[in-house]
Design a protein around this ligand. Structure first.
Ligand code: 9MR
Length: 862
C-alpha cells in the first residue's frame, strides 16, 4: 500500500492559535439557521485509512482498531511541536461550529484542539486544551468562526500533542466539526461535452476515434465540421452501452476516413458538439519538446532564465544558500540518523509540486529520458534530440540536448552517493511548506534521509545506462558514471534489504519500496549492457525477473522497475542468447495485445488496468508508461495496431476522456491549469503562473487521497475522479516521472507522425592515407544548413583496431571504436555554407568510417 504524504504542516498557525482566547460558546446567532453539515473528512477511521489526516515531525499516525493513533516522541518544548491535523476544512465567518472527538492517551497529558488557517499568516480561529487519560472520553467545544475559507480552501483542524518529556501514544476517534450554512461538496468547474475528442490533434494518416455520451441504443449520425462550420464528413456511431469506469453510456465514433489537415474542426451529434481540434502532426511534434522543457523548469540550484522560458516562468535559483533558503550545499542527515557527514547535493530537478529531490523517482525519470535517446539512436532517429533542438542553456555545446537535460539530474544522483557507496533515499524540507512557496523563498532546513537499497540500485542502474550513452561523447564523464555505478551495485549487494521508512513522509514523500528484486534486476541489466561483465550477466540471468517475467498490464513505475531492465536488454547490444532477447521482445507484444483487447472494451480507450486498485495516484503516467510498452511492441514487430494503440493513449490524455479535459497544460481549449505546484500557483496567487505548456497532471485517482478530492469528488466513477484544483495533490500534481513518460511517448509519436526530423545540416568528406599498421586522415566538415553553428562536435566509429594517436584542429578522443572531435575555440563558429578542416593520425588496421554525425545530426558523406 502506498502511503500518502501529509501536507501543509502549519506549526506557526498553532503558535498563533494558542495565543488566541479560548473558544467561547456560540456568541452570535448564525445569520441563517445552520444545517448539521459535517466538515471533517474521515473522522471515524472506519476504512482503515488515515487519509486525509497528516502528522508532523516526530509523530507517526496509524489507524488501529478503528481509531487514529499517533505515536509522539517526547522531549518537545511546546504543545505545537507535535501535531496531527486535516487541511482543506471549510469555515464561514460568523457561523457557529461544534468540534468534538473521542480521545485517550497511554499516559495522561494535555492536548489542544485547534481550528485556523493552514498557510501563512496562519491566523487562528479557536482552540481549547483538554486533559487526556488512558480511559477514552468525549470532548466538545463550540466556537464562532472569525475567518472565511470556502470549500477546500486553507482551513485546518489540528491536535497539538507536544510539550511533554516522555513518548506517548494518543488516539482519537469520531472527530467531528459540525457547523456552517453552505452545503458541502462541489463540482468539477470544467464543463464537460457529450462528444469527447483529442483536444489537441489527430495525426493525418492514423486512426481518428472519439466517444459520444448517449443512452440511445441505436446508431446516431455524427457530422465533422471544419472551422467555417461546414460539414466535411458524416457517419454513424456504434452504440456500446454503459461504461462503468467512466459512469457514462457511450457510443464510438470513427472518423478515420477523413484525412485533410486543418485546424478548428468540431465533431457533432445532434445539438451536441465537441471542443475544437486539429488534424495535424504539429501539436505532437511541439509536445515532444514542451514535455522535455518541463525538466528545465524543474531545475534546482540554477536560475530559470526568461530567455529559455519567458518572463512569467523565470525565477532565481532555488536552494543555493541564499537566504531565506537554507541551501543544498551542506546538507546533514536527519537528526535521528547521525551519519557524521554533510553532502553537497545542489542541482537536480525538484520532484514535483514540492521541493524534494528523491533518488528513487529521479532514477526512473532520468532513465526514461535516456531510454528515449538510446532507443532513437539504435532504432529510431536521434537527430530529433540533437544539440540545438531544445531551448536550454546547453543548446550549443555540441552534445545532444536530451543528454544535457538528463545530465542535470544524473549529476545530482551521483552527489547523493554516500562514502560507503550507498545512495541516500532522498533530500527534502524538514517540514511541508505552504502553497505557494517559490523555491528561492523556502526557509525550511533541508535534510538527507537514510541510505536505502532501492535508491542505491536506482543510482547503479542510471549511472551504468548513462555511462554507456556518454561513451563516445565525454569519456571522462562516462568513466566517472561507471565507477559510481559499480560501487553502488556492490554496496547494494552488501546491504540487500535496507528499506526506506514508509513513515518518513514529513516535508517530503516517502517513496518507500519493500521489494527490491526488481531494482536488482534493472541495475544488473544496465551494468551488463554497459560492461559485458560475467558477474552482472550471472545476476541478470539468475533473477526471477529475467526474460520479462515481471511484465504485465500493470507495467512499470518508480516502485516496479524490472521492465526497465527488459527494455535495455532488448535495445542495447549484449551477449545474451538471441532466443532470450527474442523472448523479451515477444513479451512486449503479448502484453501489448492484452492492452489492445482491453482498450477495445472501454468507452475511453487507455492502456490501463484498473482491475486491482482502480485509478491510482499518477494514473496518467501509468497510461503513458503502458503506451511505451505498446510503442516498443511496434518497434519490435512492426505491427501497426500497436502504433495505433500508442496514439489512442495520447488521445485519452489529451481530451478523449469523460471530463472533456486535456491533462496536458497548454494543449487543447480545456486543459489542466491549476497543478499542485508551489510556484505555478496562479490559483492561489494571481501574480504566479499556471502550469507551463507540456506539463502533465497526475490524473484520475479513485482513492481520493487528499481533502479537496474527498470533498469535491466523493462517489465519482473512476475515470472522473479528477479536478483541476491546486489543492488536489493526489490527482492534480505534476512530477518528473510522469513528464518523462509523456516525453518518451510524445517523442516516439512525433517520430511516427511524418517528416518531423530536423533536416541534416552537415556534410563530411573523409580521406585517408594508410600504411602497415597506421594511417593519417583529413576530414572536411561543411555546414550545409541555413544557420551558423556556434560550436560543433563530430562523431564517428573507426572500424577495426584503429586508434587515434594524435589529431589537429580539434579535441580528439576515442572510446572503443567511437571517436569524437570537438571544435577548438578558434574554429568553433562555422557559418552556413562554410567548412572546417581537421585531421588525425591513427595506429592499427581498419577501413574508413562510413557514418558521421555533427552535433548529433547524421551528415551526408562525400
Ligand atoms: O507518485 C507517488 C505515488 O505513486 C504515491 O502513491 C504517492 C503517495 O506516497 O506519492 C507520489 O509521489 C509524490 C511524492 O511522494 C512527493 N512529491 C510529489 C509526488 C507526486 O505526487
Amino acid at each position: 500500500m502506498r502511503s500518502q504524504p501529509p501536507r501543509l504542516l502549519a506549526a506557526s498557525l498553532l503558535v498563533a492559535l494558542t495565543a488566541s482566547p479560548l473558544a467561547a460558546s456560540p456568541l452570535a446567532a448564525p445569520a441563517v439557521a445552520a444545517a448539521e453539515y459535517e466538515r471533517v473528512l474521515n473522522g471515524a477511521f472506519d476504512t482503515g485509512s488515515a487519509d486525509p489526516w497528516w502528522s508532523g515531525a516526530g509523530v507517526t499516525n496509524r489507524v488501529t482498531g478503528g481509531e487514529l493513533c499517533a505515536s509522539v516522541t517526547g522531549g518537545t518544548a511546546n504543545p505545537w511541536d507535535a501535531l496531527i491535523g486535516q487541511n482543506g476544512v471549510p469555515f464561514e465567518s460568523g457561523q457557529s461550529y461544534t468540534f468534538s472527538f473521542d480521545a485517550h492517551a497511554t499516559t495522561a497529558q494535555p492536548v489542544t484542539a485547534a481550528a485556523g488557517e493552514s498557510v501563512s499568516p496562519y491566523r487562528g480561529i479557536a482552540s481549547q486544551t483538554f486533559t487526556l487519560s488512558p480511559a477514552k472520553q468525549r470532548f466538545t467545544f463550540t466556537f464562532t468562526s472569525t475567518l472565511d475559507f470556502p470549500d477546500a480552501g486553507n482551513g485546518q483542524v489540528a491536535f497539538q500533542l507536544g510539550g511533554q518529556s516522555f513518548d506517548n501514544t494518543i488516539c482519537v476517534d469520531n472527530v467531528s466539526l459540525v457547523g456552517g450554512v453552505k452545503p458541502p461538496g462541489g463540482v468539477n468547474p470544467n464543463p464537460t461535452r457529450k462528444v469527447q475528442v483529442d483536444l489537441a490533434a489527430y495525426v493525418p494518416g492514423l486512426p481518428k476515434r472519439a466517444t459520444l455520451v448517449s443512452t440511445a441504443t441505436t446508431p446516431q449520425q455524427w457530422t465533422l465540421k471544419n472551422s467555417a462550420g461546414a460539414a466535411v464528413a458524416t457517419g454513424q456511431t456504434t452504440p456500446k452501452g454503459a461504461d462503468a469506469t467512466s459512469g457514462d453510456s457511450v457510443h464510438l465514433i470513427d472518423f478515420s476516413s477523413y484525412d485533410t489537415a486543418g485546424t478548428g474542426y468540431t465533431l457533432s451529434v445532434g445539438e451536441d458538439s465537441s471542443f475544437p481540434f486539429d488534424i495535424s502532426a504539429d501539436p505532437v511534434k511541439r509536445l515532444r519538446y514542451d514535455s522535455l522543457a518541463f525538466f528545465y523548469h524543474q531545475r534546482s540550484g540554477t536560475p530559470i532564465e526568461a530567455r529559455y522560458v519567458g518572463d512569467e516562468y523565470a525565477r532565481p535559483a532555488g536552494h543555493v544558500n541564499v537566504a531565506p533558503n537554507q541551501g543544498d550545499n551542506n546538507v546533514p542527515c536527519r537528526a535521528d540518523l547521525a551519519c557524521g557527514y554533510t553532502l553537497d547535493v545542489r542541482g537536480g530537478w525538484y520532484d514535483a509540486g514540492d521541493h524534494g529531490k528523491y533518488v528513487v523517482n529521479g532514477g526512473i525519470a532520468t532513465w526514461q529520458l535516456l531510454n528515449a535517446y538510446e532507443r532513437a539512436v539504435r532504432i529510431g532517429d536521434a537527430s530529433a534530440f540533437a544539440d540545438g533542438t531544445m531551448n536550454i542553456p546547453e543548446k550549443a555545446n555540441g552534445v545532444p540536448d536530451l543528454l544535457d537535460e538528463a545530465r542535470w539530474e544524473a549529476d545530482f544522483l551521483l552527489k547523493m552517493q554516500a562514502p560507503d557507496g550507498m545512495a541516500h533515499h532522498k533530500i527534502h524540507d524538514a517540514n511541508w511548506t505552504a502553497l505557494p512557496t517559490r523555491p528561492e523563498l523556502d526557509d525550511q532546513p533541508r535534510r538527507l534521509s537514510a541510505t536505502s537499497t532501492a535508491a542505491t540500485l536506482n543510482l547503479a542502474a542510471v549511472a551504468a545506462q548513462a555511462s554507456r550513452l556518454w561513451q563516445g561523447i565525454d569519456a571522462t564523464y562516462s568513466a566517472t558514471l561507471l565507477t559510481a555505478a559499480r560501487k553502488a551495485y556492490a554496496a547494494a549487494k552488501a546491504n540487500p534489504a535496507k528499506l526506506a521508512d514508509p513513515n518518513d513522509g514529513t516535508g517530503g514523500g516517502a517513496y518507500s519500496d519493500n521489494t527490491v528484486s526488481d531494482e536488482f534486476y534493472w541495475a544488473a541489466a544496465e551494468l551488463y549492457a554497459t560492461t559485458g561483465d560475467t558477474a552482472y550477466r550471472t545476476d541478470v540471468t539468475a533473477s526471477p525477473h529475467y526474460r520479462a517475467a515481471g511484465l504485465s498490464r500493470a507495467g512499470f513505475y518508480w516502485g516496479g522497475t524490472a521492465p526497465l531492465g527488459d527494455i535495455t536488454l532488448a535495445l542495447a547490444p549484449n551477449g545474451l542468447p538471441a532466443a532470450d532477447v527474442a523472448a523479451i521482445k515477444s513479451a512486449f507484444a503479448t502484453v501489448a495485445d492484452q492492452h489492445l483487447a482491453a482498450m477495445g472494451q472501454m468507452g475511453y480507450a487507455a492502456p490501463y488496468d484498473n482491475s486491482v486498485d482502480g485509478y491510482v495516484w499518477g494514473s496518467n503516467s501509468a497510461v503513458l508508461n503502458n503506451a511505451q510498452v505498446l510503442a516498443l511492441a511496434h518497434d519490435f514487430t512492426g505491427a501497426a495496431k500497436y502504433r495505433d494503440g500508442v496514439f489512442e493513449a495520447l488521445h485519452y490524455v489529451l481530451g478523449r476522456n469523460p471530463l472533456s479535459t486535456s491533462y496536458v497544460a497548454g494543449y487543447g481549449e480545456q486543459a489542466m491549469r491549476n497543478a499542485h505546484h508551489r510556484f505555478w500557483a496562479n490559483q492561489n496567487d494571481p501574480s504566479l503562473p499556471i502550469a507551463p505548456p507540456g506539463s502533465l497532471s497526475g490524473g484520475p485517482n479513485s482513492a481520493l487521497q487528499d481533502p479537496v478530492a474527498q470533498r469535491l469528488l466523493a462517489g465519482c466513477p473512476q475515470q472522473k475522479c479528477w479536478v483541476d484544483d491546486i489543492g488536489a495533490y493526489s490527482l492534480n500534481e505534476v512530477a518528473i516521472n510522469w513528464n518523462s513518460a509523456l516525453a518518451w511517448v510524445s517523442g516516439w509519436a512525433a517520430e511516427k507522425s511524418g517528416t518531423s526530423v530536423p533536416a541534416s545540416d552537415c556534410q563530411v568528406g573523409f580521406t585517408a592515407n594508410r600504411w602497415q599498421n597506421g594511417m593519417s586522415a583529413q576530414v572536411k566538415i561543411t555546414n550545409t544548413g541555413t544557420a551558423a553553428w556556434p560550436a560543433w562536435k563530430l562523431a564517428f566509429a573507426l572500424p577495426g583496431t584503429q586508434r587515434v594517436t594524435s589529431g589537429w584542429s580539434a579535441t580528439w578522443s576515442q572510446t572503443g571504436q567511437d571517436v569524437t572531435a570537438a571544435s577548438a575555440s578558434w574554429n568553433s563558429e562555422v557559418g552556413a555554407g562554410k567548412s572546417v578542416y581537421i585531421g588525425f593520425n591513427a595506429s592499427g588496421a581498419g577501413t574508413d568510417p562510413t557514418a558521421f554525425t555533427v552535433n548529433g545530426r547524421t551528415c551526408k558523406t562525400g
